[in-house]
Write a protein that binds this ligand. Sequence first.
Ligand SMILES: Cc1cc2nc3c(=O)[nH]c(=O)nc-3n(C[C@H](O)[C@H](O)[C@H](O)COP(=O)(O)OP(=O)(O)OC[C@H]3O[C@@H](n4cnc5c(N)ncnc54)[C@H](O)[C@@H]3O)c2cc1C
Length: 473
Amino acid sequence: MTTLTPGFVAVSPTVVQELSALVGTDQVITAEGEVESLSKDCYWYSPVLKDRLEPRRASAAVKVDSVETLREVLALAYRNDLPVTVRGGATGNYGQCIPLCGGLVIDITGIDRILEIADGVATVEPGVRVINLERAVRTRGWEMRCVPSTWVKSTVGGFIAGGSAGIGSITWGGLRDQGTIKRIKLLTLEAEPRELVLEEEEALKAFHAYGTNGVITELQLRLAPARKWDQIIVAGTDWAAVTAFCSRVAYDDAIPKRLVSLLEPSFGESFKPLRKWLPGGHSLIFLEVDQSATPQIVDEAKQRGLKVTHVIPHKDPKSQPMIMEYGWNHSTLWMLKSHPGHTFLQLGMGPNFAEQSAKLKARFPGDIHLHFEFVRGHKASGEFGEVKAVLIPVVRFVSEDRLREVIAYAGELGIASNNPHTCYIEEAAHDNVLELKAGLKGEADPKGLLNPGKFRRLSTPAVSAALPSFLYS
Ligand SMILES: Cc1cc2nc3c(=O)[nH]c(=O)nc-3n(C[C@H](O)[C@H](O)[C@H](O)COP(=O)(O)OP(=O)(O)OC[C@H]3O[C@@H](n4cnc5c(N)ncnc54)[C@H](O)[C@@H]3O)c2cc1C
């Protein structure tokens, strides 16, 4: 029997009966082991989160397959003062879907219809898996502007509520940029849950809000015209030469591209399924470029003395191997498997990223493995900005103090840090619409029952008293 954590709210047998009457007995889960696993996501990426969040879990879970049933379950939660944590694919790696105060997990993966694909816009329910949406829109000549490397498991709703960027961001920027999110419909947590419809900029209030200010029931996403993407692996033993060629491709706007990842040799050694194309001791560039650009890239790489170890021609639908499943935080995943005792950071680099990262490595010798993704920036005016390097280094975990030291030194070098070792919204990333998100929470969640604690400063005193502290707290 697990020890209950402070602030734990139990779901009573009477409420379990009411839930069973709403959704059917087999859709209500109370067995401790099952509730435990439905209470967890990929939080273990961070030893800090693992330590603090391991004992946290819901009291019960419920699976819903329609918005109408969801509405009734939310009303029941409100009547009974039950904390509610919504669960999609549960691939979030900041513990976003881990209930801090017990209560109810609502698994919405059954609400998964693609409602319409028309005029470059997809209208979907939140539980649609990203891969299914991407495949569906491609049959109509479109593609998603941005997908996470977890596209197989993650849901569209979870990506919007918990994610930020991914494959495609080199062209389109993050999810919040360029009007990619056109509309979000949400249910409030009230006696009679209301539907709120947030259009365009307003929709950003519910973006990356961890389900704290409404439950997303429908999304409209703008799409891009589909291209034919070749996948290319470039390798070289000279880090400076590999970095220079990678920058050349990343910053050249004339090359249509979806993925530019730059990795030190240790990553290649951990990507076991790709090993035959990843010579030992070589740094790597993983690219997805429009097939029209492939000959130019291959020629230029060779002229620079680099090896093009594999070109995977475009195929619809994509099949294994897919190099995008070794980029973004999948690179981290493979490394964590082969490097126990390591973790990761997320750092926003300047244009001098090569110099900044060399200094960081030199200050912590042997502890830092470099992996960069390149993303399109976004100007306040709404226009496209410059391409930027994001460093997602795998770091040897010595202690929390040492991790703070690495982050502090990165700060001295002018590197911005997004803390992946906290489950609180306001501590994770620099968010210019935090106040608007807070306003929406006030409107949609009067009792503070939606994923309580994750919006730390808006927690009720009872919840606050039970919250763990993370790196910066
Ligand atoms: C190996 C690995 C690679 C990753 N790569 C990327 C990447 O490339 N880009 C990226 O952005 N992220 C990445 N992530 C993080 C995560 O996979 C993505 O953000 C993913 O899209 C989340 O979707 P999900 O369905 O799994 O969400 P979940 O983990 O289920 O949920 C995420 C958050 O959204 C909330 N939520 C879910 N559904 C709803 C809803 N309907 N209404 C309101 N709130 C809701 C949950 O409560 C939770 O707070 C990665 C994680 C891992 C482990």
